[in-house]
Design a binder for this molecule. Structure first.
Ligand SMILES: C[S@@+](CC[C@H](N)C(=O)[O-])C[C@H]1O[C@@H](n2cnc3c(N)ncnc32)[C@H](O)[C@@H]1O
Ligand code: SF4
Length: 391
């Protein structure tokens, strides 16, 4: 049996509790993109052999979560299947985990259920099966429309594949579709990035996430940059691309609602807003992180170890920490600052620096709250540090 995970069900009382959410990690990919350091395994790697046992272990972790949260009356407000590549698994595997969450916790009436999907896996049949399983939001990894950029990123799909996949989703019945984009890849130009953003918007999707390419240590991209085969991404270029995206997306009716996210109003990702707002979430899967009632923990990273733990009734956690008041405040400020709805500096104990940051053009008033200006969004880490420690 999994060690009783604290008495979380009773910790903190049941009144005024934040929403409860599930993140479900699928650690498998058909091939590894050179820039990616996520916890994922490709054919031929030890760990990939675990794929057929993923479903049983994931369901077992949901059952363990129910036991740990015994007495917690909250239904689940959102479920996010991320990866890796969730669409590599049979949809019946994802459905089994979703059904288990629904059976053991209940899903709130308007629960958001997202699946991350790679363009090359998307077919009308897959979309139908996902809808039937209860998925109501799709997040597709388009990354770029520029063939040269897709090559540098080692993506398996081409521009047309991403466009075709995004266009297929709405007629199939998904009214909430997001595209993930990456900007600042060496070889990209301002014009090719404009074309990427316009191409994304023209597919009719209602949500875009765009992240600056980060060179993660230990990746193939990091080796190529170190050897000089690929240029290092340039911060100024990335900032210019951010501004281009922000202008084009806002003009197309997708204003920013979080530093790296834009949406048609009403189509924001509720799961991620919950994460930035400090909700509780349980991460199912190898390496998944959880945060419930001020306790944060993370599972063992390797799928084989995670499956072995759950199949023998052992605790799949690798570590945990209880957040001290100061840590909680730091996290609260860091996450709250990212949202366009703004924050109340006094409630966050961060009022002293607001005036200076406003004079520098990094913060602006939003009703009775404050939020980042666009210049502030480009320097969000600096703003956060100043809010936390104005000295
Ligand atoms: C890890 S992927 C999982 C989803 C799916 N497998 C895919 O590739 O689209 C989630 C997103 O993280 C982003 N990402 C991963 N590594 C990144 C990096 N080094 N720099 C910027 N964005 C990155 C990509 O935009 C990607 O769409
Ligand atoms: S970016 Fe997505 S498809 Fe590529 S290796 Fe990472 S998780 Fe897999």
């Amino acid at each position: 049996m999994v060690a009783p995970l604290l008495s979380l069900g009773r910790a903190g009382g049941v009144n005024h509790r934040p929403a409860l959410r599930f993140y479900v990690h699928v650690p498998y990919c058909a091939s590894r993109c050179g820039y990616c350091d996520f916890n994922t395994y490709i054919p031929g790697e030890e760990g990939r052999g675990s794929q057929s046992q993923w479903r049983g272990a994931a369901v077992a972790e949901v059952v363990a979560a129910r036991r740990a949260l015994d007495g917690d009356p909250r239904p689940v407000s959102s479920v996010f299947f991320g990866g890796g590549t969730p669409t590599l698994l049979p949809v019946t595997d994802l459905a089994a985990v979703l059904d288990s969450i629904a059976a053991h916790f209940g899903l709130s009436e308007d629960a958001e259920v997202t699946v991350e999907a790679n363009p090359e896996n998307i077919t009308p049949g897959l979309l139908d099966d996902l809808l039937t399983a209860g998925v109501n939001r799709l997040s597709i990894g388009m990354q770029s429309a520029d063939p040269a950029v897709l090559d540098v990123l080692d993506r398996r799909h081409r521009r047309d594949g991403a466009v075709r996949a995004a266009r297929m989703a709405a007629p199939a019945g998904f009214d909430r579709v997001s595209l993930d984009l990456i900007y600042g890849t060496p070889g990209e130009t301002d014009d090719s990035w404009r074309d990427t953003v316009r191409t994304a918007v023209d597919t009719g999707i209602t949500h875009v996430s765009a992240y600056a390419l980060k060179v993660e240590a230990g990746t193939a991209l990091a080796r190529r940059v170190a050897s000089g085969t690929v240029a290092a991404p340039d911060d100024d270029e990335a900032a210019a691309r951010y501004e281009i995206a922000d202008d084009l997306l806002a003009a197309a009716g997708l204003p920013w609602y979080e530093i790296s996210n834009w949406a048609v109003p009403g189509h924001e990702c509720r799961h991620n807003i919950g994460y930035w707002s400090g909700d509780d979430w349980w991460g199912v899967g190898p390496g998944a992180h959880s945060h419930v009632a001020g306790v944060r923990w993370w599972n063992v990273r390797h799928p084989t170890r995670w499956i072995a733990a759950l199949s023998t009734g052992e605790d799949p956690r690798d570590g945990q920490e209880i957040l001290e008041a100061e840590q909680r405040r730091t996290e609260e400020v860091m996450l709250a600052v990212r949202l366009a709805e703004g924050f109340d500096p006094t409630a966050l104990g961060a009022g002293a620096a607001v005036r200076g940051l406003t004079e520098q053009g990094l913060l602006e008033r939003a009703g009775d709250r404050w939020r980042l200006t666009r210049a502030g969004r480009l320097l969000a880490d600096r703003v956060t540090l100043t809010l936390l420690d104005p000295a």
